[in-house]
Design a protein around this ligand. Structure first.
Ligand code: ATP
Ligand code: MG
Length: 442
């Protein structure tokens, strides 16, 4: 039996994980500056939560959820998205009453959807997202969009386009929905089988058909922006004016809809070149009815989620590092009587904040020195019979070959000092206090 990661999932190996850590850190840093606190919700939730919020007629709920029954007979679902769990937690912990509004929350983590795997589309994938709850003002829509924009700029993503639309509200959307159905119904036979169903259940989703793509039919369909009520039109205009003031470019797409039912008014996507059909990196919108629909107070909200795999595909720099492990600051080469000092030296170096590693395969001196090189270490610390007896360690700067000898107790501080120093002198000059020239004793 040969085991494999389940279809649609991927192992993130250490070289790749370093890239993940970099984009996660950049996202957290952007969120910090915009005032978002991190929230971590469970990986699974009651199935009802998603059925209620995402929408019973959506692809996610109809065919993409990983639902299971636990031993207690409860129906649970691996979270397919982050907004419903965050809103659930906000209601459960009454967070709206503990902080000034808007409540600003961000999250990072895995999501699960049973989809056809392809590049940029997995069954376990990762989203970075934000939710801002409790404020209706269009300035907040613009600020949330600006956060997504800022992050993508800072991470160095080129060629992204912000696409913007409004989906109206329960006042104006029903009339649009009727106009759309009236327009589409005579063309029913031209639609794919999914869209024929959508026509009855969720006609706006026909505009977002992943099978047919943007057809001439869809292009000539009625536009929701022609059907907005006064309040929604004013809101939409104010969001655009704010984006103009911020100098954030956008294109309007009156047929942009989102795959979840809870959106109202502003919806947006950041679309990238070079991802083929999976070209949306970041998507979001306003969800003014969701809190109330989930049993909370009737507070508005807005947020977005970004697909981390798609972002990393687009950034696509070569992975750093060798052999999957980060290059250590120090590689300890211990042999003979020095061997039993190996672990305690490593521990001292690490306690001083340095990354330190050593040979654990019982190899000889030469092989250990080769490892130090191959691993990309900056310094080798060499402890053989003589050094162990004298309570000293020899240090070699691997790039230049410069060497020092230092008392064991001072080793960590000496190396930490050199590595922290902005003008780290790479030549051993023998003039440092308590240091003398030394050639390691093979
Ligand atoms: P798509 O139209 O590509 O299926 P979606 O509308 O279902 O996306 P959202 O639910 O809005 O996507 O999720 C936000 C972002 O999460 C997407 O823009 C995308 O970058 C990412 N994403 C969604 N589904 C997947 C998946 N199966 N694999 C990888 N990333 C995904
Ligand atoms: Mg989808």
């Amino acid at each position: 039996m040969r085991y494999q990661a389940p279809r649609g999932t991927a192992d993130i190996l250490p070289d790749e994980a370093a890239r993940w850590q970099a984009v996660e850190a950049a996202f957290r840093e952007a969120c910090r500056r915009f005032g978002y606190g991190e929230i971590r919700t469970p990986i699974f939730e009651q199935t009802e939560l998603f059925a209620r919020s995402v929408g019973a007629s959506t692809d996610i709920v109809q065919k993409e959820m990983y639902t299971f029954t636990d031993r207690g007979g409860r129906s649970l679902t691996l979270r397919p998205e982050g907004t419903a769990p965050v809103v659930r937690a906000v209601i459960e912990h009454k967070l709206y009453g503990t902080a000034e509004l808007p409540l600003k929350l961000c999250y990072l983590g895995p999501m699960f959807r049973y989809e056809r795997p392809q590049s940029g589309r997995q069954r376990q994938f990762h989203q970075f997202g934000v939710e801002a709850i409790g404020v209706e003002a269009p300035e907040l829509d613009a600020e949330v969009i600006a956060l997504g924009w800022t992050f993508l700029q800072e991470i160095g993503l080129k060629g992204v386009t912000l696409v913007l639309n409004s989906l109206g509200c329960p006042v104006c959307r029903p009339a649009y929905r009727e106009a759309l159905v009236a327009f589409l119904r005579p063309h029913r036979e031209a639609l794919c089988s999914d869209c024929r169903l959508r026509l009855e259940q969720n006609p706006l989703r026909v505009l977002d058909c992943k099978i047919d793509g943007p057809t001439p039919l869809v292009a000539s369909a009625p536009r929701i922006t022609d059907h907005l009520c006064d309040a929604c039109r004013a809101h939409h205009a104010a969001v655009k004016a704010e984006l103009d003031r911020l100098g954030i470019p956008y294109v309007e797409d009156p047929h942009l809809v989102r795959g979840l039912d809870y959106y109202t008014r502003t919806v947006f996507e950041f679309v990238a070149e070079g991802l083929g059909a999976q070209n949306t990196v970041l998507a979001g919108g306003r969800y003014n009815g969701l809190m109330a629909a989930l049993g909370g107070p009737d507070l508005p909200g807005i947020g977005f989620a970004l697909g981390a795999e798609r972002l990393l595909l687009l950034l696509d720099e070569p992975a750093e590092g060798r052999f999957g492990a980060p290059a250590p600051d120090v590689y300890v080469v211990a042999f003979g009587a020095g061997a039993e000092k190996k672990l305690s030296l490593l521990m001292r170096l690490r306690a001083a904040g340095l990354s330190a590693d050593a040979d654990f395969a019982g190899r000889g001196l030469k092989a250990q020195l080769r490892s130090a090189d191959r691993r990309g270490a900056r310094y080798a610390v060499i402890v053989g019979d003589d050094e162990a007896r004298a309570g000293r360690a020899a240090i070699k700067h691997l790039a230049t070959g410069a060497q020092w000898t230092v008392a064991e107790e001072e080793l960590a501080a000496f190396l930490a000092g050199r590595i922290a120093s902005p003008n780290e002198k790479e030549a051993g000059d023998g003039n440092d206090a308590h240091v003398g020239n030394h050639a390691p004793n093979p």
